[in-house]
Design a protein around this ligand. Structure first.
Ligand code: CU
Length: 341
């Protein structure tokens, strides 16, 4: 009896520091940086971005116990970003996560929702947002525990996830809520880890579908069958948490998405919604290379990495020293992180 309880606990404990976030979006080849919780909260003037801003200093997750709170909407104490990216209905958006690879113990579904902001996503009250689900694969193959899950496909495709904006969606201002739910500890109550990440989009097009949705705190409960579940057993099915997919949702084949240019977010209040300013960057062979370079930029100006920042791993060219109270800790061949000593 003891051993069945102990194993998941140990699994969770060894992975506590290997959490993550979306480092960037790629929209038709154009790169938009996300909110970086390792560096941006320490900056007095972080760049205008499209990712919701959160003082998520532990680079952590939202717990099932917080599913009924505002934390579930766009992560802990999230506030509106000051910009947005423009995308056409029908286009695909690629969301890339760090660390690379996403910790492979963290099996679980990958979910995408939209919510219409009305006038502006830069000023909207997040508690008024009503989310409808446009994508939500969960279990791919449960025959060999702990199974193959949607986020295993994410790891296999450049550590990113491709989601299509439904072609028939009405144009307007939307928050894209993208989320991984990690189930490695989900056999115990409050053991699942929810990683919601939000982005501001202006969706263009001529569609007329405006689905109804549900408020963030109404999406899940801690005892949903897809949130309280032991994945260390053969599973023949899995009930993905949250509301049903809208009928217009599409299922697309996952792949990575090459970066060909860097996009500048359009500041809120700007009336032009046709396109963002593009700056062509030196082309790179893989998206991973570009991400690494960007992470390095985040730590520029000092040879010491910030607390929780990356400090090593295969291909890493940034700072390898950690602040005085932290130790550079290796989690895989690909990722080391400055952890408080
Ligand atoms: Cu984790």
């Amino acid at each position: 009896m003891k051993s069945t309880i102990l194993i998941p606990l140990l699994t969770a404990a060894t992975q506590t520091a290997a959490h993550g976030y979306v480092s960037n979006l790629v929209i038709n080849g154009v790169y938009f940086r996300g909110w970086n919780p390792s560096t941006d909260p320490y900056s007095s003037s972080p760049p205008i971005g499209v990712g919701w801003e959160t003082p998520n200093l532990s680079n952590g997750f939202v717990t099932p116990d917080e599913a009924s709170t505002d934390s579930i909407i766009c992560h802990i104490n999230a506030t509106n970003p000051r910009g947005y990216a423009t995308v056409a209905a029908g286009d695909e958006i690629y969301l890339q996560w760090v660390p690379t690879p996403w910790p492979d113990s963290h099996h679980g579904p990958v979910l995408d929702y939209l919510a219409n902001c009305g006038e502006s996503c830069e000023t909207v009250d997040k508690t008024s947002l009503e989310f409808f689900k446009i994508s939500g694969p969960g279990l791919i193959d449960g025959s060999s525990p702990p199974g193959i899950w949607a986020d295993d496909q994410l790891i296999a495709n450049g550590n990113g996830w491709l989601v299509q904006i439904p072609a028939s969606i009405a144009p307007g201002n939307y928050v894209l809520r993208h989320e991984i739910i990690a189930l490695h500890g989900a056999g115990s109550e409050n053991g699942a880890q929810l990683y919601p990440q939000c982005f501001n989009l202006v969706i263009t097009g001529s569609g007329n579908v405006s689905p109804s949705g549900v408020a963030g705190p109404d999406l899940y409960t801690p005892t949903d069958p897809g949130i309280l579940i032991n994945i260390y057993q053969v599973l023949t099915s899995y009930i993905v948490p949250g509301p049903a997919l809208i009928p217009q949702a599409s299922s697309i084949v996952q792949s990575s998405s090459a970066i060909t240019a860097t996009g500048t977010p359009t500041p809120g209040g700007t009336t032009t919604t046709t396109s963002s300013t593009l700056t062509t960057t030196t082309s790179s062979t893989t998206t991973t290379t570009t991400t690494t370079a960007t992470t390095t930029t985040g730590g520029s100006g000092t040879s010491t990495q910030t607390l929780w920042g990356q400090c090593g791993g295969s291909g890493w060219t940034g700072a390898t020293a950690c602040p005085a109270a932290a130790t550079c800790t290796s989690y895989s061949d690909f990722y080391s992180q400055c952890i408080p000593s």
